[in-house]
Design a protein around this ligand. Structure first.
Ligand code: 13P
Length: 342
């Protein structure tokens, strides 16, 4: 019974034409983002910025869910509604990031393992009480000389599976995010191999921990050339490599893949999603759970000035609309210039 409900939430999160906004930047990350527009990271500024995103009129047409940070789920709009209420009024499902961050892994230089399992059962119960219906945990896999190691991949996969099992117990849909970083000079073939190995390990651990695949979502990286690789793959190559890799390892029982943007530009992230959705039918919904790729233009337009809220919300609405079109493979380049002319 319980799983039936979770399955329906998971399916709603990948409803046609919709995807997820990741607005769950931890305190150091949001500080970096606000600093980039010259705004100090005070609690009020963080709140005001998130209010811009969450109260954008019509966002619910393209955004199915928003991932909140622990501070954010307790905050309110200026007119006194909790953010959870404000999102629900837009028809958007509130979610929450529950990991405590990727930390240096002892004995494995250059590699990270995500922490946050201790006390997680109790925290999940509280987040569910506050209105969250889904959760997110991000593991980070780095490509470099002699890394990633099997030990790092397996430690992260095990943690992801334990987190996902606890989420389903707590009536929350787990979003399982094993991110293979695009940082480095590696080729797209290397990124493909490491992504495949990571996902194999993750799905093995999920199986061992009896996680119900129909009641979760996968948040994978796209398969890309390393940021510093001299030979950059085309949009078509990225889309084909990504879907080919996913087909090898992601069971069809998973309702959807919600890709992270991971340092791609906003337009690139939309283009890649668009072409993936033009390829032959995949067994899962191919959707998005973008942070930077949805927010970069919003931050730039807002700059911390209340006078810019309408412009910032227009920028967010436009990016969300472009990604919604990409869900159908119907995004076109002229949508970007159409907006500039508007
Ligand atoms: P990006 O799309 O900026 O990678 O963020 C998504 C996310 O939630 C990373 O955990």
């Amino acid at each position: 019974m319980k799983n039936e409900n979770l399955e329906s939430v998971a399916r709603k999160l990948v409803a046609e034409g919709k995807g997820i906004l990741a607005a769950d930047e931890s305190s150091p990350t949001i500080e970096k983002r606000l600093k980039s527009i010259g705004v100090p990271s005070t609690e009020e500024n963080r709140r005001a910025y998130r209010e811009v995103l969450f109260t954008t009129a019509g966002a619910g047409d393209f955004i199915s869910g928003v991932i909140l940070f622990e501070e954010t789920i307790r905050q309110k709009t200026r007119d006194g509604r909790t953010f959870v209420e404000a999102l629900e009024q837009q028809g958007i499902i509130p979610g929450i990031k529950v990991d405590k961050g990727a930390k240096a892994m002892a004995n494995f230089p250059g590699e990270k393992v995500t922490e946050g399992l201790d006390g997680l059962r109790e925290r999940l119960a509280e987040y569910r009480q506050l209105g969250a219906r889904f959760a997110k945990w991000r593991a980070v896999i780095t490509i470099g000389e002699n890394i990633p190691t099997r030990t790092c991949i397996e430690a992260n996969a095990e943690a992801l599976a334990r987190y996902a099992a606890l989420c389903q117990e707590a009536d929350l849909v787990p979003i399982v995010e094993p991110e293979v970083l695009m940082d480095g000079a590696h080729t797209i073939e290397r990124h493909f191999g490491v992504t495949q190995q990571t996902l194999e390990s993750v799905f093995h651990a999920l199986y061992e921990h009896r996680v119900v695949l129909e009641a979760m979502l996968l948040k994978p990286n796209m398969v890309l050339s390393g940021k510093d690789c001299s030979q950059q793959a085309s949009v078509q190559e990225v889309a084909e490599a990504t879907v080919r890799c996913m087909k090898r390892v992601v069971p069809a029982a998973v309702p959807g893949l919600v890709f992270l943007s991971g340092g791609q530009s906003d337009v690139e992230a939309t283009e890649h999603l668009n072409v993936m959705n033009r390829l032959d039918q995949a067994p899962w919904q191919l959707s998005f759970s973008y942070g930077r790729a949805l927010q970069a233009p919003v931050l730039k337009a807002w700059k911390g000035d209340p006078a810019n809220v309408a412009d910032a919300q227009r920028a967010f609405h436009h990016r969300a609309l472009c990604n919604s079109k990409a869900r159908f493979g119907k995004y076109t380049e002229d949508m970007e210039t159409a907006k500039a002319a508007a």
